[in-house]
Design a protein around this ligand. Sequence first.
Ligand SMILES: Cc1cc2nc3c(=O)[nH]c(=O)nc-3n(C[C@H](O)[C@H](O)[C@H](O)COP(=O)(O)OP(=O)(O)OC[C@H]3O[C@@H](n4cnc5c(N)ncnc54)[C@H](O)[C@@H]3O)c2cc1C
Length: 414
Amino acid sequence: MIIDIAIIGAGAAGLSAARTAHALGKTCVVLEARQRVGGRAFTDRSLGQPFDAGAAYIHFSNRNPWMREARRLGIATQPWRGWTHHVPWLNGQWLSSDDQERRLTGYSELWDQIETLGEAFTDRSIADAAKHGSPWAQATASAMSRLGLGDEPSRLSLYDYIHQWEGPDHIVPDGYGHLVAASSHGLPIELGSIVRRITARAKGFDVETERGTVQARAVIVTVSIGVLKAGHIAFEPGLPNALLRALDGLEMGALTKVALSFDGERFGLKPGDDQIVLDAPGGAMTFEVWPFNRDLVLAVTGGDAGRALCHVGEAEAVDMAASLFSSVVGQDCRPHLRGGRLAGWWTDPFSEGGYAYARPGAYDAREALMDVGIDGLYFAGEADAGGRLGATMTVAGASMAGWNAAKRAARFLG
Ligand SMILES: Cc1cc2nc3c(=O)[nH]c(=O)nc-3n(C[C@H](O)[C@H](O)[C@H](O)COP(=O)(O)OP(=O)(O)OC[C@H]3O[C@@H](n4cnc5c(N)ncnc54)[C@H](O)[C@@H]3O)c2cc1C
């Protein structure tokens, strides 16, 4: 039997493509490599207390479709109030109040610089934008790039960054990943189906998985650009040139989380007493302490430091995060540690990185990626939710890309 649309991947983009295809009266199946849905939106419960290993914030919640979906499913969300005690630590000690003041000035200085350059219509890297500023502006550019965008400031397009949507964030006590997974109820999803090859035939496509071949008249590929660039899926004939050009301008960052689970000892810190370490080996690291009053600390880093953590593996990454946290709290926290998890997206073959960013000069690559759609083959995901949208790198953006691709596939099918 030949179905209308085969959708590769059950992350936010794939789920939304499937819902849209169904609403437009098309038959479809979602082929997902993992034994779970949600992709990079995943609420991990393996430590006994849930935490979001990937996406956690419902960004620009004033226009984010996941707010409506949470209400429909009866899943609570709450406004994120920001980090109330966000104390930076540098060179082994807390910043003095004068230095904290200078750091804040560095932030405004960087922001002014970014806005001025943004109006100049010449794309460049975020590091370039910061280089004429004070050392504090440069430190801010590094921390913001690694922790917010997942890579080093010299690799990130300034234009790509300034075109992102802004707005208030919401958080989900039961987990953003839980919300995304709950939304998949009733969709035709085949878990454990690793797609290896997609071949164009006269009347559609053969989609080969390790469990057999699915025939479809159209295909929507929602795997990350990291997976595409790594060549984990073979395309016959090869990938369209327009797609290859767009992929050239995009790279995957390495935002990386380590969750530490404690026995109830709080080291004198209250929920919200989050810390940012500006001089962790290779880059900054934040510690979010006791989220939702749980006995968890979530350490986050990005860029090359994130890659290094992924490469050393879970045991060592947990130990490194616990040791840095010990330095910050001023006592060895390890006797109270009950377990830890590394969310190592960079070394995960089904994501090959955190999320996609554009290289300096290639800010239009997302739009190009979004436009690729050749004879029934479409690509969708957080990487191409930019361009005309601006919700790139987010769960919401991936969903928007998914529904656009499904509408285009349905139009193609007639
Ligand atoms: C640490 C981290 C923190 C983040 N924080 C936020 C946040 O706070 N807010 C936010 O909005 N966004 C956040 N993001 C980004 C967000 O998670 C992603 O933008 C979004 O989830 C991507 O959805 P997607 O559908 O495009 O891709 P994915 O979720 O990656 O979905 C693709 C799916 O394809 C599957 N797949 C891969 N290869 C194959 C194959 N060969 N065959 C079949 N299936 C395959 C994968 O298993 C996956 O399920 C974060 C990401 C990370 C990594």
